[in-house]
Unconditional design. Structure first.
Length: 566
């Protein structure tokens, strides 16, 4: 009998530990998410955490009791009580989650990504979130809805003065992906379930239903397959809470199955015609089903190294015909060209990634390399590795000051390339995220599930910041090439090489913890060269009609965030 009591006590204790670990740190959480990754570079966080499958679920692994108060020692010294569980009966525990508000303003035209429920819009928009976390035995419930309100002001979209044939090519490209230029012509507001979930947690595993944003892979500015560019989607999830140790090393993973939503936003000029035929083809308003898998391996022989693989597949509900369709992510690898997608009836992509952490050097390097709709075999991968490929590569390093109490300097560089290297692949509709059969492409509510820079985009980003705990002051410079696949698709036939749409931006940002508050702000200046791929006839050089200046516009983005931790 005594032995049974000991076993029962250990069993209950295990559940208690697991439940605390099941509280999540949502993707994109103001200041906190990147703080933990920086702390890992400094050796202050367990080096077995890969940071390649998010949201994070194990606060204990990060060395804290509560994700939201890594500065608990500072709070205690300032006279603030630590956030405690509210106890109801013997088993039910409740914790109030932080309340957050994020304001964003674009003065000329939409800019920005990785902002969850926010939409691409000009003018002021506001995102508000907050909620509760509850646990009862192995059951955990997180309610953290989000509300978005956007002025959605008018701005110049694809210019009406483009040649008619260019407008036809524009619609031909965007007929195969749900990325509206503008979300209607009025103000926009919507409520989402946001970062909510209900889970059963046992030891290192969690099974549940969630609407949380996901992030797969090591990238910081972009991820090829899963990011928080779009609102989260409802999905079933089976995932690890913490790394599972084996004789080969440790493993983390997640398997999902969910439903994606359409924006149902038509183009702003749906009646646009070319040779008396409409260039806009309405997309079917069918529900879409998605399955996905990510697996990360930390080999025991190479400290700090994480290797991983991701796969996703989506199809219309009407095409679900068996277990292989409900879990198409496990189907055979099959190369599918643009037109073949109509017969294949699935939209698929995959990637491999690596992250190598060097705590002694306070640095990390990482990359992700993926293929759109797979490739046919290993031979093609070796002979034509650039075929329908995309990649992300980056490096970060913190240089601590001699007196570590004063913080250090963070330097980060990341490059993302989605633009295709073959115009044949572009013409065959093999740009990333678009599909000729699942014509919403790889999107949810009209925004990309993967890299926020969208199909055909490239990004180079450099960051230099002073960091100290949760505090951060920095500068960021970026070059963003907009949809170069469309550029070549539309202008190769006319040999017009003047119209690359490029944004150059410089941003100053700040994050600061003040008591229970975390405040953040950013001001970014953006110069858009050849905005919307348009040339300005007024800039033509006399006697040299080919040399026409592009339409250049200026935009300022302002952001302000405030989080209160209960």
């Amino acid at each position: 009998m005594r032995r049974f009591k000991y076993i029962l006590a250990a069993f209950v204790a295990q559940f208690a530990i697991v439940n605390i670990q099941a509280q999540t740190l949502p993707v994109g959480t103001n200041s906190l998410e990147d703080y933990y990754r920086r702390a890992q570079l400094l050796g202050e966080v367990d080096s077995s955490a890969s940071f390649t499958i998010r949201p994070l679920l194990s606060a204990k692994q990060l060395g804290v009791k509560n994700f939201f108060t890594p500065d608990s020692a500072y709070l205690s010294s300032a006279g603030y009580k630590s956030s405690e569980w509210l106890q109801f009966g013997k088993k039910l525990q409740v914790r109030i989650l932080p309340a957050s508000i994020l304001l964003q303003e674009n003065t000329n035209h939409p800019y920005g990504w990785n902002d969850g429920a926010m939409i691409p819009a000009r003018g002021l928009q506001t995102l508000i979130s907050g909620g509760l976390y509850m646990q009862y035995g192995i059951l955990s419930v997180q309610l953290r809805p989000e509300f978005i309100s956007a002025a959605n002001s008018t701005f110049d979209t694809f210019n009406k003065n483009h040649y008619e044939v260019i407008a036809a090519w524009y619609h031909d490209f965007y007929n195969n992906i749900d990325l509206p230029a503008r979300f209607g012509v009025n103000s926009f507001s919507r409520a989402y379930w946001g970062q909510s979930s209900i889970r059963l947690n046992y030891k290192a595993f969690s099974l549940g239903l969630s609407t949380e944003n996901l992030w797969w892979g090591p990238g910081i500015r972009n991820s090829l397959l899963m990011s928080n560019d779009a609102p989260g989607f409802a999905h079933l999830t089976l995932n690890t809470i913490k790394p599972i140790n084996t004789f080969l090393g440790s493993f983390e993973g997640q398997l999902i199955a969910g439903r994606l939503k359409n924006s149902n936003q038509p183009p702003l000029i749906p009646e646009w015609e070319f040779f008396n035929s409409s260039v806009y083809i309405p997309k079917p308003d069918d529900q879409r089903y998605i399955s996905g898998l990510v697996l990360t391996w930390h080999p025991k022989w190479v400290p700090g190294l994480f290797l991983g693989v991701t796969r996703t597949a989506q199809l219309y509900n009407k095409d679900l015909n068996g277990i292989k369709d409900y879990l198409p992510v496990f189907n055979e690898l099959k190369s599918v060209t643009g037109d073949q997608a109509i017969d294949y009836k699935k939209d698929t992509r995959s990637s491999v990634f690596a992250r190598w952490l060097w705590p002694e050097e306070h640095a990390e390097v990482y990359f992700e390399y993926g293929h759109n709709n797979y490739t046919s075999d290993l031979r093609n991968v070796v002979l034509e590795p650039q075929d329908t490929r995309a990649y992300i590569a980056g490096v970060r390093k913190i240089v601590p000051f001699a007196n570590k109490a004063n913080g250090g300097i963070l330097v980060g560089v990341e490059v993302t390339e989605l633009a295709q290297t073959s115009t044949d692949r572009i013409a065959d509709a093999q740009s990333w995220y678009i599909n000729k059969y699942v014509r919403q492409g790889y999107t949810n509510y009209g925004q990309s599930l993967g890299a926020g820079i969208g199909p055909g985009g490239n990004l180079q980003s450099v960051e230099v910041s002073w960091v100290k705990g949760l505090k951060k002051l920095g500068l960021q410079i970026e070059r963003y090439l907009h949809n170069d696949d469309f550029y070549y698709y539309a202008y190769t036939r006319s040999n017009d090489w003047r119209r690359h749409w490029v944004d150059m931006s410089l941003a100053a940002n700040a994050e600061w913890n003040i008591g229970r508050f975390i405040v953040s702000g950013k001001i970014m200046g953006i110069k858009s060269l050849n905005y919307q791929w348009y040339l300005d006839p007024s800039k033509e050089i006399v006697g040299q009609p080919y040399y026409v200046g592009g339409r250049n516009v200026y935009n300022v983005q302002l952001q302000a965030g405030l989080t209160y931790r209960f």
